[in-house]
Ligand binder design. Sequence first.
Ligand SMILES: Nc1nc2c(ncn2[C@@H]2O[C@H](COP(=O)(O)OP(=O)(O)O)[C@@H](O)[C@H]2O)c(=O)[nH]1
Ligand SMILES: [Mg+2]
Length: 447
Amino acid sequence: MTEETIVAPATPQGRGAISMVRLSGPEAFQIARKIFKPSGKITPRKALYGRFYDFLEKAFFDEGLGIFYREPHSYTGEDMVEFTPHGNPVIVWRLVELAVTAGARLARPGEFTYRAFINGKMDLIRAEAVEELVEAQSLEGVKLSFSQLQGSLSRKIEELRESLLSAAVLLETGMEFPDQGIEIEETRLKEALETALKKIKEMLALFETGKQLLEGITLVLVGKPNAGKSSIFNALLEEERAIVTEVPGTTRDFLREKLIVEGVAFIVIDTAGMNPEPRDEIEREGMRRAELLIEEADGVILVLDGTTPLEAADRKLIDMTRNKKRIVLLNKADLPLILDPGKVRELTGQPPLVVSATARRGLEKLRETLRDVFLKNISPQKLYVNSRQRASLQEAARYLKEALDLRDEELVAEQLRGAIAALDQLLGKITSGDVLNTIFSRFCIGK
Ligand SMILES: Nc1nc2c(ncn2[C@@H]2O[C@H](COP(=O)(O)OP(=O)(O)O)[C@@H](O)[C@H]2O)c(=O)[nH]1
Ligand SMILES: [Mg+2]
């Protein structure tokens, strides 16, 4: 257990009805008593009304609630105190300052959760789920990270680890008593390894969807200058967010906005200066950046101007996005169409949606199509793996595959140990300081 008592605001900077300041560590109660004068006796886990006292100025400066937690029954597993003063950053920082004067230290980002992890309140997967829950971009993402926080993935990994440990025992027994039923043991071992490998593969398959549910599905609007990308962007988001102009290629930056469809977030990106036929260095750079965005996106909405014939620029974009999940729009359908939908279908291999951004036509159909193209295969799931967890699982899978190919029992045992170690790493049973640093430094202060 750590010696130092830490303090930090637990709520974001800003004004509101209330904010929260938290203390954790051996001196939390003692420090808290100096700055909080409760109206009654301190009872752990009970909200107490009281006044906040500035012992430097010798004056009360706010009132609110204080909750005291005795270790190990707290978030961090240490003695903890939570104050909820009024939501003014001046009050919040004065409380922090007073706590520091009284002997606490300002917490590092993620230090509360780090302590919870170190003190055995949660494994590494759950600690990550705290961060993912706070960062989730949609309700589906929140539900998903919450079930992960409740242990959906941890339990699976623990089970897997148990099964590999039993397999290791099976193997050791076989090695110690070589005459007794080796054949049977061998088949059982092989089966156990194959089952484990299959389970790992199933978990690995959850990576993409998990990422999309948590972070949102990124969609890039693609089209030649003046096709109507920004207008579609606005129409979809139903607000004047992007600057729509009549001079081609004027939107300078990338705009990102969130659109929620059936509880899932779509992060729609309006690309700036996208011109497949760049006329200068700025446009060339714009195009390079757009290409990168397209590559990283989960899908694209290709906007074609229905009032102009297909140009080289359109053909280029059609080619560039051929291998992406794509929705093709034939825009400006409020005007007489020059571009033939049949021709577009021929070129793209998919029927275009005929829409009008300015007349708000075909947008409902566009939302429906978003649903069909991107959400059909997203079934609600109870667990996911993030990229760190994926790497450990892939490592475990490599060891298991290797083990299945080997005959020599000693060597199989070695691979098995490797696989178990990979799972231990995943759960945080064995970790390097570097890994922990990377994970917890992503957190905000106060979490
Ligand atoms: N008539 C008509 N004009 C449109 C439509 N969509 C966009 N425009 C116009 O086309 C021009 C370029 O639109 P903008 O959204 O800035 O295109 P971007 O360069 O692809 O972002 C603007 O003058 C828009 O008002 C539409 O559906 N119908
Ligand atoms: Mg634009």
